[in-house]
Design a protein around this ligand. Sequence first.
Ligand SMILES: Cc1cc2nc3c(=O)[nH]c(=O)nc-3n(C[C@H](O)[C@H](O)[C@H](O)COP(=O)(O)OP(=O)(O)OC[C@H]3O[C@@H](n4cnc5c(N)ncnc54)[C@H](O)[C@@H]3O)c2cc1C
Length: 800
Amino acid sequence: MKSQYRVVVIGGGVVGASVLYHLAKFGWSDVVMLERRRLASGSSWHAAGGVHALNADPNMASLQAYTIDLLSEIEKESGQNIGMHMTGGLTLAGTPERWEWLQANYRIFQSIGIEDCELLSPEEAQRRCPIMSTDGVLGAMWADREGYIDTTGTVQAYATAARKRGAEYYEETKVEELIQTADGWKVVTDKGTITCEHVVNAAGLWAKQVGRMAGIELPVSPLKHHYLITDTVPEVAQADFEMPMTVDLEGFTYMRQDQKGVLVGIYEIDHEHWAMDGAPWNYGEELFQEQLDRIENELTLGFERYPSIQNVGIKTWVNGAFTFSPDGNPLVGPVPGKRGYWSACAVMAGFLQGGGVGKTLAEWMIHGEPEADAWPMDVARYGDFAQNKRYIRETTGQFYSRRFVMTYPNEQLPAGRPLKMAPAHDAMTEAGCKWGVSWDLEVPLYFAPKGFEETPTLKRSNAHDIVAEECKVIREGVGLLDISGFSRFEVSGPNAEVWLDKVMASKLPAPGRAKLAPMLGEDGRLKGDLTVLNWGDDTWWIMGSYYLRAWHMRWFDDHMIDGVNIRDLGEEYCGFAVVGPKSQAVVEKLAEQDISGLGFMGCDEFDIGLVRARVARMSVTGEKGYEINCRYGDHIALRRMLLEAGADEGIRECGFNAMLSTRLEKSFGIWSAEFTQAYTPGMTGMDRWIDWDKDFVGKDAALAERDGNGPAQVQVTLEIDALDADASGYEPIWSGEDRVGFVTSGGYGHYTGKSLAMALVERDKAEPGTELTVHVVGVERPACVIATSPYDPNGKAMRG
Ligand SMILES: Cc1cc2nc3c(=O)[nH]c(=O)nc-3n(C[C@H](O)[C@H](O)[C@H](O)COP(=O)(O)OP(=O)(O)OC[C@H]3O[C@@H](n4cnc5c(N)ncnc54)[C@H](O)[C@@H]3O)c2cc1C
């Protein structure tokens, strides 16, 4: 072992080994992996080794598909047998809603390029898995690329392949301390100290402690998990093919063949955390005693699904632990505020996702950016609030118990909530507000009559008409919208303007003005769909999506220059928007100064009633609107005054559901849908805001796109001839038999009375009038490209 490396990877489980392999593969071979015991001696050795395609999150499904394809490559490269059994796999649907969901997901898989799936009848599913009972099964999805591998062999294969490419790894070497230095890290081990530029926390069950070595509190916890392996099952032994990997979602079990018996794994509803502060250092390759009382119900369902295992003995019980983040996705990437400290932990399905995690992290470290949009697993998707132990316990527990439970897009889950509430929260609840959550903050969805409960559904819900009324108020009268759920950063200092001019691709606004500002990465892909406000007193604001606060702050910090102060105002400022044709009348009634001169995209400080507020004349609804930003302490008073002042105009409180419907009618894109870091300005229409005459981050790449052949796909608006459901995102779009794009977001345009979607489609299918079809909740529906902004295309309403 040398005393200096470029990278030290801490942990020799499947994730650390994959990171090591990818670093070496992409050209960094001065890298070492340190393992306190032997390779795979954390969760990796006792995993069930199952790999399957299905994941409700399309980004994670792509990551899994990459990993599955990689497995045979590393086997070949390393010469290490990984015991690959690609049996194909089944996912069973046991309720009509689940069957609908599976059909919808089958189409979404097509959108993201996973083509080797098919939908099966219960009878066909049983023909492929003859030991299963079809009782209650309504249908199934088959995927070719599913099966299982030998876990320890796979970790060995990654490590051996990495070593062949020049990387090193050492077992029986425990990292005991991490010391940040001016240009990297000192890694203190029980075998001596190493200096390096980068450390990677791939410590699996011990990730929490390896985080704490650097003063980081990662939102991760281990939970226990059971599987059993049976003795020989006669039907299995007699079959001339292997049983497929079978996931019974309604039964909470997965099953695969193991020699002549089967392995059945259980996602326990009655979950149990273990060692929330990280596994003990003396924990080795042990297992826990099985806890049958906790898994009785799921076990009964499993035995009913596979009746032939009722008559054979159980050879092995495994009750082991593995780690989860609050949303179940890995925590990957540069940890904010800790230069050179990288996270590769909370990977709950390391054999399924570890390849993709290793690739993503290695690209990030070497090239500064991963190839694919890493947002769903970016460690910066959480803020400080997620360090709280109870938050971690509730959210990871909820994720684990619901691993196989269907979550509807309109369903609100309770874990870790309510946490942060804007001050008027309780008064708004009293007024009927139904809440959703963004990051740590409760955000209003809509206002309903007392006693109303929304039914979870994949289709239009019983809140449809309520949202329609709120949209009408916004379009015809005046609505009041709590906009605490926007992010706000204050930029000041002598170099504030210079810095903003460099990181934003648009022209900066003049004093007293606001401007839409795309922000690009060095590779020319999007990093933000922000609004910059110039208050005219040498302070500027950047406004954007609330849940991106830590992510954007990391970006700002990474691109900071001297003479600039940037502050996240998320704990100081919140506010209300007053929107609709009668908004001016309401705000004027309260404003102590003349507000009539504040034109579209103007901004200034005003006294709104008793509140000293920062006001901007803009609205994402496409109506005339005033965004009134106030200090947290003024939120209750501001709401009360606006409601009183607006009473004569019929002001009504509205929520984000109405805001999203109205923005769709204006073809206004939003982050995580129309705009992501996978897309470019040319694809999304963001290029119209770029100031090509100035220098800005990402300019070379953006110019190359502008002056090249143009993007293959461009953003359009679609009107869908929908029935009782609207598109939501990732649904495939067809021109005849050809898949020509996918939906980025969709919904019902309540005021226009149209089912709308925004979508990325091939350029020659982007002309208004082009007839296409879209799968909405799995059902093919006619759709037509329409001109952007089906409501008020000339923007007269918002300019007012
Ligand atoms: C019962 C069970 C069944 C499972 N089934 C599947 C499945 O079918 N498919 C699937 O994909 N996943 C499955 N998993 C999950 C899978 O095991 C984990 O996702 C995976 O092992 C995580 O790998 P890792 O490398 O992140 O962590 P680990 O395997 O825990 O590796 C971390 C390593 O870091 C080392 N380490 C920690 N601290 C230090 C230090 N300070 N210095 C040096 N070394 C250190 C540890 O010794 C350990 O070897 C299952 C898990 C369990 C428990």
